[in-house]
Design a protein around this ligand. Sequence first.
Ligand SMILES: C[S@@+](CC[C@H](N)C(=O)[O-])C[C@H]1O[C@@H](n2cnc3c(N)ncnc32)[C@H](O)[C@@H]1O
Length: 269
Amino acid sequence: MTRPHGERPEDIDVRRANSARMYDYFLGGSANFEIDREAVQKIVEAMPDVEYSIRASRGFLGRAVRYLVEQGIEQFLDLGSRVPIVGSVHEIADTLASEVRVVYVDTDPVSVAHGKQLLGDVKQADIIGADFRDVRSVIEGAETTGLLDIARSTGLLMVSVLNFVQDDEEAVAIMDRYRAALAPGSYVALSHATAAGLPQETSDRIDEVYANVNPPSRWRSPKQIEALLDGLELVPPGLVTASEWRPDAPPDLPPDRIAYRAAVGRIIR
Ligand SMILES: C[S@@+](CC[C@H](N)C(=O)[O-])C[C@H]1O[C@@H](n2cnc3c(N)ncnc32)[C@H](O)[C@@H]1O
């Protein structure tokens, strides 16, 4: 990859595969390097139908945004957004002819620099570089864009991101902090990687790849994912595989082969 987007070379670690750049490659983007593509290749060898899981999680994101816009949500905070390419929140909102505003958040400098350039002419969306675990700086940064008013109901998107938080207690604490920071009537849409349903050998091989990826991803069991949703009022159908959450069409793979669970919950106080 060349660096046409202004990111500083010292910010970019090309010695280790990076999960944002790997995901970008999975989704057909150009913000990735050879080392990222090699890591993806190893994952595909371990799990040839992994693409369906990624599509299922992305599909969930699209349906969740549509659902939340239907509930009257007009502003979104998309944590770990990666480069907001095709199918991103502001594009989905556009198709709904809605006045939705979006702040994308990522720590990956390539995603943020590339995203800034892509969103240059887009008035209703911006991207900030921040660590989503630092709730206060995410919210301050998001408000600084002028697009988000934290006193109003927000759609918080945590799609395939909490799997980058290794510690269970920290993951629960992050959810608690966002729940406390957002206005009642806000919603959280969450998808999380799970190995339930995968052969042990497959998940072990993927773990080996992620041992050398920055940041590494981890699986959580459906029970552990349920614990992250504590205190939210889940909308039907609750926590299910990502392809089973209010599908528009019959899923293309049996649900137990999809390595993501997903849910949408409302913040009540
Ligand atoms: C698997 S991608 C998911 C991208 C997007 N949410 C989607 O579903 O298409 C995970 C993203 O989370 C970002 N990420 C991981 N840890 C993060 C952190 N602590 N703070 C902000 N972003 C983070 C990565 O850089 C990457 O872009």
